[in-house]
Design a binder for this molecule. Structure first.
Ligand SMILES: [Zn+2]
Length: 62
């Protein structure tokens, strides 16, 4: 089974891959970093515009 690395979009083996779904530790760390910066953006929005309502709507759809 193969999965697509969310960071670099390369296909890589799922089995025996400690970094799955990423192809490598590097891609995993890059994605975690992206997540962290996204969260900071959302937190900033919440305090500025109070967009928590739209976030909850997204969760309902998912
Ligand atoms: Zn990758």
């Amino acid at each position: 089974m193969k999965v697509k690395c969310p960071t670099c979009k390369k296909w890589n083996e799922w089995q025996n891959n400690p970094f799955r779904p990423f192809c490598s530790e590097r891609c995993k760390l890059i994605d975690l970093g992206a997540w962290a910066s996204e969260e900071y953006k959302i937190e900033g929005k919440l305090s500025d515009e109070g967009s928590q309502v739209s976030l909850e709507k997204e969760n309902e759809n998912a």
